[in-house]
Design a protein. Structure first.
Length: 160
């Protein structure tokens, strides 16, 4: 599916959250949960700087949705994110029955950038979302945002 102008508005907010995370000393990732009516119900950014590597915004969305949405509301929701879900977050998304995922850059793109910058591989394989949660509708990447997100990750790589 082609990303819509509305999708890009939400993804740009995810990039803002990713920038905020980086400015606060975290890795540059940000995500939104948008309900079926188009209202942002929850947003978060990466919060791993204190040592809990599971503090991904996509996992926080899954947790928040469990406490605040019905199964029907979760199924109608869309998760927008600056980077494709890691396997941990994809599994949480699938277990919670959340709807569509739209991401700005893929795990494969991020892995290629990290390799080009001579950074070590992450501790988890960069699998595509549907390799972990095959029933989830997924759209992305958004070429319009790739350069901006690459710059954020390159800035983060310079801190490593």
């Amino acid at each position: 599916m082609t990303l819509t102008d509305t999708d890009l508005v939400y993804l740009r907010r995810c990039v803002e959250l990713a920038r905020e995370a980086l400015d606060e000393g975290d890795e540059p990732f940000g995500s939104l949960l948008v309900d079926g009516a188009g209202d942002v119900r929850f947003e978060d950014r990466n919060r791993v700087k204190d040592g809990d590597e599971t503090r991904h915004p996509e996992l926080e969305i899954a947790r928040w949705s469990a406490a605040n949405l019905t199964a029907g509301e979760r199924a109608e929701a869309t998760v927008y994110t600056s980077g494709e879900h890691c396997p941990m977050c994809a599994a949480a998304h699938g277990w919670m029955g959340l709807g569509r995922i739209v991401y700005a850059v893929s795990s494969a793109q991020l892995a290629a950038w990290r390799s080009a910058w001579d950074l070590p591989d992450g501790p988890v394989l960069p699998l595509p979302i549907n390799a972990v949660a095959p029933g989830v509708p997924v759209d992305g990447p958004a070429p319009e945002l790739q350069d901006e997100i690459r710059r954020l990750h390159k800035r983060n790589a310079g801190r490593a």
